[in-house]
Design a protein around this ligand. Sequence first.
Ligand code: ZN
Length: 344
Amino acid sequence: MKPSVKNNVFLAICICLLGCSPSTKEKSEPNQKRAYQGPIIDMHLHALEENELSPEPMAMCTPLSTIVQHFDPQNDFGDVFWGKAANPDCENPYWSPVTYEEYVERLSNQVEKYNITAITSGSLPATKKLISHFPDKFIRGIQFRINRDSIPVDSLQSLIETEGLKVLGEISNQYVGIAPNDPKMFPYYALAEEMDVPVLLHMGSGLPGTPLFLNPEYQVAHSNPLLLEEVLKKYPKMRISIAHYGEPFIDELIAMMYHYPQLYVDLGGIQWCYPREYLYQSHLKKMVDAGFGKRIMFGSDMIIWPELIDESIAIINDADFLTYEQKADIFYNNAARFLRLPHD
Ligand SMILES: [Zn+2]
């Protein structure tokens, strides 16, 4: 397939995780093993336009971190990566839909199976079109990047007032090397605070090797949640969630969640980026053990593989250190509270 098509698909990929937890003694085995059955809010679902779908099926192997396990720099990383997308090594890859109709049908199957409400972000036409297929289920966000999108603050304000824009995000400035505390973002944070519109800010990993082929300006260091401190001091009334939870800077995240109790996070697909045990032990359990289970929200980061939602949900349900109530918080209650929707 053409590199431009690949780029379109993957530029949209911003690759582009529960209650005061009861003590271990209070947790019962049956409760921990029970899969959550209620409605789900997906805080992180991308909307694509028809021309952003690859005309050839593209494979996705999980966990994504193992897709290219080593790389000799005498080769071209893009060639290696796209080679894996065309000829995957894993046994059961996900394959992307090749038509918009197939994309909507496969996504619809997931939405119905799990009773999903989703924040969907993308270009204005992409979100408008996708929401027309899920009018009562999807909430309109916007993919937003300084420089590339160049949406003036007053235009965003009118989109909020007249076009049903409910969420400012996902903001993906990390891909162009703009930090969360760059003063260029201050007018947008001020707007979000003034209009009480939640902000979803990408801070975390992109595709493996992102700076080597798709986004040379991508800055790993901008995943660090400590970069939000000035912003949270300056805009204390702003509702903000870190999309991808600033991984892998988990200790910095915990320090920020402790000192700034308004700060939420969403899992943003990181659950399928790394092997489960790493996610469980090094990130998710750590966040819950630190006492922040009420501010972790589910996010699939579904882009072009709808069945990744199946896997994303199963990974949380399979976490045997979580109680049923903690799963309910991650899958629904925390996002409902953050978005000010009805919740327990
Ligand atoms: Zn993202």
